[in-house]
Design a protein around this ligand. Structure first.
Ligand code: GLU
Length: 292
């Protein structure tokens, strides 16, 4: 019988899946299945400048080839802009956002961050930024343990809607996780810093935040995230060896499995996030260097 647990994997289709993103997909899937929960895929394609439909297709084909299949229809954020607008309007009405026509040039002295509340007018192109007010947020991360920070952690008022009209990840992720009744977020530790701002948004919108766990990030030899920006190689589709390598970063060995289905079933039974506790990153092994 299914439990109330609802988890998700929410890739941004800015490139094909690489080893690091397969590790994240597996962690959210295994945690959901270990708890007899529902696991859904959501495509975070709000940023039409960086996201491409062909990458969405490629990502879904790859996930499918590893039998990581959404239990419900796949949600595309690009189809829900009106919904994000509604919630932005609510934040405008409660004076929790402000318009901003600062330029990259004018924010140069703050290294691109936006530490102050500016007085911009809305007659010229403007973004909408979230007001942050030094509130102290803490939560018990399912993997990293007790976390505490201020919501303006990096002394920044994040953008919720850009000048070009696209919504930001921060607003869309909170709205969708809430509307999809997501109870557990298991994702990479590179997103820890966004958590305080997301908890702030949950509070402002009067919603209960999901439980959150950040798995260690797979990093290259220079301690950088393996990412599309670092030209990480796309993974092969349906390759048992790749699956075993990805699982090994989650401290799971499935050497005895001879196909993907078997390996996944064994991995669910062996899933133990406590083995990953309090590590923010795991260095890529020499064996995997050719794959990044
Ligand atoms: N879409 C985000 C990414 O691809 C992940 C969102 C999340 O897990 O909160 O980095």
């Amino acid at each position: 019988m299914l439990s109330n647990y609802r988890g998700r994997f929410a890739p941004s289709p800015t490139g094909p899946l690489h080893l690091g993103s397969l590790v994240s997909a597996l962690a959210s899937y295994l945690d959901a299945k270990y708890h007899q929960g529902t696991w859904v895929i959501r495509i975070e394609d709000v940023d039409a400048v960086r996201c491409r439909p062909e990458f969405t297709q490629q990502i879904l084909t790859t996930l499918n080839s590893y039998q990581l299949i959404s239990d419900e229809d796949i949600r595309l954020q690009s189809e829900h802009s009106t919904l994000y607008e509604t919630h932005l309007t609510a934040l405008k009405q409660s004076h929790n956002v402000f318009p901003c026509n600062c330029t990259r040039q004018s924010l140069k002295e703050f290294s691109g961050l936006h530490p102050h509340i500016c007085s911009s007018d809305i007659t010229s192109p403007h973004s909408w930024r979230l007001k942050t007010n030094n509130e102290h947020y803490q939560y018990n991360d399912l993997i990293q343990g007790e976390m505490a920070f201020f919501d303006d952690l990096s002394n920044n008022h994040p953008i919720l809607k850009r000048k070009d009209g696209y919504f930001s990840y921060q607003l869309a992720v909170v709205v969708d996780d809430h509307l999809q009744d997501i109870t557990h977020l298991i994702r990479g530790a590179d997103l820890i810093e966004t958590t305080a701002q997301q908890l702030h948004l949950y509070t402002l919108l009067g919603w209960q935040a999901p439980q959150i766990g950040h798995i260690p990030l797979v990093v290259n030899q220079d301690n950088e995230k393996i990412s599309k920006q670092n030209h990480a190689k796309p993974i092969l589709n349906g390759d048992l060896h790749t699956l075993k390598r990805a699982l090994s970063y989650l401290q799971i060995e499935v050497n005895e499995s001879s196909n993907i289905k078997e390996a996944l079933a064994l991995a669910i039974s062996k899933w133990n996030p406590l083995l990953l506790a309090k590590q923010k990153s795991i260095a890529i092994t020499a064996e995997d260097l050719p794959f990044i």
